[in-house]
Design a protein around this ligand. Structure first.
Ligand SMILES: Cc1ncc(COP(=O)(O)O)c(C=O)c1O
Length: 430
């Protein structure tokens, strides 16, 4: 017996076994946004600008801890009753209940009638994943499992749905000719898709384009969705952050609920509370009645249990404190206005510099018409590359810029380089 074991062990050394096991794993490309950030960090040019990052920065290009979050943190730190026990599988109820009211409206019939299921998730990404996983198991597909994603969309949407066996299909959304919404194309895609298709829509501040439907357009979209019995998968990562007003940014979701459309909402507190690393989010599934809601909740609990067991407590406690205390809530709204206001101001200033000072060729109205953190500038892939390589301005290859990366110190430099690249006269800086 001992000899036999010796024989087996000597047949392959540990290293050989490992080499054999993983040698066919293909090398994945690095995440383009994180790669861009790494390149920015490595650049020693003093006027370099990072417009790739999807996180708020203050006027000095620093991350901003919201004053209300500082206050809530200090309350938590001094609360002797708190411990580090596990939260329930579906999360902190005080948080999920308040989060549902925030997105659906405090007087939402879907909440009052007990037909909304809310589960705490690992920020917005986790909500998208849990929502996709739930659909993959329980949605009554009309054909192979497919999700319709806007073209373009947050790149992670594709990976999240593929991971659970749902094939992404793109629908027309952005029109490069107008640098705006391809409304006709969007409506046509809704009409052409098989009945009961799943459409993912961004509740506000579409990433990456910054192009949102108007309220009238949302109404028309809802009408076709109702006629075709489609399912709406709302992704809401920027509530309040887009317009500065939490209710305004929730308008589309609330309108769809009012129309009795079947839907779910993925909610993130990364941007609007500046809690990126704390991973605070929720998934809200609006059902037809209380009984269905309890079935849905039971299955979401089973899925959540197998994935993360139960969600983390710190960030949820912070947001719960803010949402459930009138004074903190009012303070949060002011903090949101500060962030959204600065971004809106950067949009206006960039537009002014391009149109009034530099007289840059082309129409730049989209800079002020788009909403939220991101703006699709409309420049080409090669112009974007030139800005990175010659101007030390870091942006994604599709011409998307994060408005949060602009501030009073670097906006003139950026406008000047953008103007030069558009005119084909950009020379190397530094
Ligand atoms: C459209 C969209 N959905 C979801 C997310 C998820 O973000 P998080 O997981 O940090 O909440 C993001 C973040 O950039 C986003 O832009």
């Amino acid at each position: 017996m001992a000899n036999r074991i010796k024989q087996i062990v000597s047949h392959l050394s540990g290293t050989e076994m490992l080499a054999e096991l993983w040698q066919d794993v293909p090398l994945a490309p690095p995440d383009s946004i994180f790669q861009l950030t790494a390149a920015y960090k490595a650049d020693t040019f003093k006027d370099k600008v990072n417009l790739g990052v999807g996180a708020y920065r203050d006027d000095n290009n620093k991350p901003w801890i919201l004053p209300v979050v500082k206050k809530a943190t200090s309350i938590l730190l001094n609360d002797e009753t708190l411990d580090h026990e596990y939260l329930p599988i579906t999360g902190l109820a005080d948080f999920t209940n308040a989060a549902a009211k925030l997105i659906l409206g405090a007087d939402s019939p879907a909440i009052m009638e007990g037909r909304t299921v809310s589960v705490q998730t690992i920020s917005g990404t986790g909500a998208n994943h849990l929502g996709a996983l739930f659909l993959s198991k329980f949605y009554k597909w009309n054909g192979p499992p497919r999700v319709y994603l806007s073209n373009p969309t947050w790149a992670n949407h594709h990976a999240i749905f593929r991971n659970v066996g749902i094939e992404p299909v793109e629908y027309a959304y952005y029109d490069p000719k107008t640098i705006g919404l391809d409304f006709i194309g969007f409506i046509a895609a809704l009409q052409d898709a098989p009945d009961r298709s799943v459409f993912l829509v961004h509740a506000c501040a579409h990433n990456p384009t910054g192009v949102d439907p108007t309220q009238e357009q949302w109404k028309a979209i809802a009408k076709v969705i109702a006629a075709k019995k489609h399912y709406t998968f709302f992704d809401c990562a920027y509530q309040g952050f887009a317009s500065g007003d939490l209710d305004k940014d929730a308008w589309a979701v609330r309108y769809f609920v009012e129309q009795g459309l079947p839907l779910l909402v993925c909610q993130s507190f990364a941007k609007n509370a500046g809690l990126y690393g704390e991973r605070v989010g929720a998934l809200h599934v609006v059902s037809t009645n209380e009984e269905t809601a309890s079935r849905v909740k039971s299955q979401l609990s089973v899925l959540q249990r197998s994935e993360i067991s139960n969600p983390p407590s710190h960030g949820a406690r912070l947001v719960s404190l803010i949402l459930n205390d009138d004074e903190l809530f009012e303070e949060w709204k002011r903090d949101i206005e500060t962030m959204a206001g600065r971004i809106i101001e950067m949009r206006r200033e960039l537009h002014r510099l391009l149109t009034e000072e530099l007289k840059t060729p082309g129409n730049w109205d989209h800079i002020v018409n788009q909403i939220g953190m991101f703006s699709f500038t409309g420049i080409s892939g090669s112009q974007s590359k030139e800005l990175v390589e010659k101007g030390h301005i870091y942006l994604t290859g599709n011409g998307r810029i994060s408005m949060a990366g602009l501030n009073s110190h670097n906006i003139a430099y950026f406008a000047e380089k953008l103007d030069a690249v558009v005119r084909g006269s950009l020379s190397s800086s530094g």
